[in-house]
Design a protein. Sequence first.
Length: 382
Amino acid sequence: MIYFDNSATTKVAPEVLQTYDTVSQKIWGNPSSLHNFGENAWNLLEQARQQIAKLMGVKPSEIIFTSGGSEGDNWVIKGTAMAKHRFGKHIITTSVEHAAVHNPMEQLRELGFDITYLPVDREGRINPADVEAAIRPDTILVSIMAVNNEIGTIQPIKEVGEILKDYPNIHYMVDAVQAIGKGIDDLVFSDRVDFATFSGHKFHAPRGTGFVYMKSGRKLAPLVAGGGQERTMRSGTENTPGDVAMARAIRLVKENETTTVKREQAIKERIYDHLSQFDHVKLISGRDQGFAPHVLCFAIPGVRGETIVHAFEDKGIYISTTSACSSKKHAEAGTLAAMKVPEEVATSAVRISLGDQNTLEEADQFNQVFDELYAGFQKIID
């Protein structure tokens, strides 16, 4: 089996699973309990927080544990709206955001907020000047993803941050779910970013884990109110084994990041160069440094994306239509529509997304299988 769907989810690393199991079995007390058993759980949770903060170059107090990317995105967006609605109801985001950002924005629109969706160019990238042009006196939040989950475009996070230095009262959020371990932390944690969201299952941690980076001094209303955990920012009994396992997963990812990025880029380029030889293949992702090393989106116009996915599946290779969160809805990808990609191409688009376990040998196997399948697809295309 060749697994090329790592942007959808990753396999829990054996070492991470071992950590989860050990903590679950031996330190299962409630971290909020006053007895020693609870205190042991609390101390372990705080060690995990400190480890993540150190690896990310931020303060431990700036790490808030969540259940994943969707909760983090919803919290920052709605928490900002709740905390700052007296000062304004205007939010700026992009037309290529993940549904976990887009849909909360639309919920706020129904409540009377004004949402500006920035256009993108042919590579799916916004123009920072458009952000500045869209800012109004009542703007309270700018939300821009770091790496597009469908085609891998890296957004100009740092350039937007430079603009927002002149607007210190506007919250600046980055959806960094696809960015961790990809060699671009300097973009995500530029000094103007106020919030960044992360999801554990994208980097070999258990599902249901994640965290939000929340810059010191910034204020959010809690989305989950209750017992006051996570400094009242995110109530609910803490997922101690999950969060400790996630900390180990991040450490493993960061230890091997340089090697992994180089290998993923090499795999991507080998497949990219092979696909570029075919007249009926449309390469949507780029191969330069403006794109993340692990995502490659392409299409065979005239062949539906689902057909391509299942054809590779029959050969033991797992890829996906552009976004796993929308693939079963048979919906045209939001990113491709925003890029004004023709419908025939958009409905044919599929995504390869690489991980640290993938190899160049797997790229060669993919290319060989592609040649076989393409010959059959020619009958559909013709």
